[in-house]
Write a new protein. Sequence first.
Length: 420
Amino acid sequence: MEGLKIKRNILCFDLKSFFAACECLERGLDLYNCPLVVADPRRGGGGITLAITPYLKNLGVKSRGRIYEIPKNIDYIIAKPRMNLYIKKSKEVVDVYLNYVSSDDLHIYSIDEVFIDVTNYLNLYNLTDYELSLKILKDIKDKTGLTATCGIGPNIFLAKVAMDIEAKHNKDNIAKWDYEDIETKLWTISPLSKVWGIGKQTEKKLNLLGIKTIGDLANYNKFSLKKKFGVLGEELWYRANGIDITKISDLKLDPQDKSFSHSQVLFKDYYEHNIDLIIDEMCDVIASRLRKEKMLTSLLSFGIEYSKSLGGGFHHSQKLGHPTDKSAYLKEICSLMFNKYYNGDPIRKVSLGVGRLSEKDSYQLNIFEENSELEKIESTHQAVDEIRAKYGKNSLIKASHLLDDSTIKERNEKVGGHNA
C-alpha cells in the first residue's frame, strides 16, 4: 500500500457561506453579524434556505432548512438568489487562483470550491504549500471581499477532508493533513457521513456491519467490503486509509477529436423528479450548437456529480446508433444512462458532451422514420434557431422553461440572450 501513497501538494479551497457572503457584500453588511437568509420569498414558508450567514448558524438555524423552520423570535433579512451575481464573484476568485497556477493544475469542483496542485510551483515561488495558501487566501479577501478556507494534503482526498473537518475551525482558516495524521485525525471521525464520499444511505449500511468510525472502516476486511458494495466498497477502504491516486488531470475531460461540451453547476440539490428538466435543456443547447455548426454527433458523454458534501457521481460515454443533431435522441440516451447509474443522492452538477463529429452535408436518414417527418422536424428546428438568433435566446422558449426548477432563462441572460 505504500506505493499508492502519492506525495503531491494539493490545496482545496472553499468560500465561506458563499451565497450569503455575496449578498452581504452587495448590501454592505457584515457577514458575521447579520441575520441574512438566501431563499426565494415567492415560495413562502416552504421555501428552502439555500444559504444563511454564520450569525444565524450560531443561533441554531439550519442552512438547508425551510423558511418556516426559522424561529419566530429571530428577525432576518431574506435575499432572493441571484445566479448572475454568484457566477460573477466566483469568476473573480478563479482569476485569483489563475494568477498563481495554470488552468491545467486547477479543477473547479463547484461554484465555491476548487482543487489546485501546487507541487510544481513551490520552488518557483520559494514558498511552502502552507505559505502559498496564506498568500492566496489574503489575495481572495483583498480582491473580492470573500473569505475562504483551505485544506492541504498529499492527495485530493486528504486535502478535501482536511478542509471540511478542520480548516473552518482554525484561526488562519488552513488545515494541513499528511499520511502521518491518518490515525489521529482521519480515523477518529464519526459519524461516517461527515467524510466526503459517504452519504447517509451508505453510512447506515456500514453501521449495520459495526463500522462506526473511519478507523473501523480502514481496518475492515477490504475484500468483504468489495463483495458487499462492489467497486465502491474497495474505494471506501482505500480512502479510509488515506489513499487517493486521482490527479487533477484525471478530473478534466480531454477529448481526442473535435467535440462540444456543456456543463452546469446547480444552485440547489436536484433529484430524479426534477433533474430531467435540466438535462432536457442542456440537450437542447448542445443540439442547437450542432445545427449551427452544421455537424452531426456519433458519441454522447453524460456525467453527474453529487452534492459536494458527498462527492462522487458517474460519467459515461455511449456510441450512438446513427449520427444526429436531434435533441430528442440525445435526451433518450441520457435518460437511459441516468436510470442505469443514478443512486438517488442529491445532484449538483451535470455535464454533457458530444464527439465523433461529422459534417452534415445531407440527411442521415433513420430507417424507422419517414422522409417527410424528418423534413418537418428539420424545418421546425431551423425556424426556431433563426428566431432565437434574430431576437434573442429567450424570445422563443418552452413552457417548461417557466418552471421554478428551470435555469435556462437566467443562463441565457447571463451569456447574452440577444445575438442581433
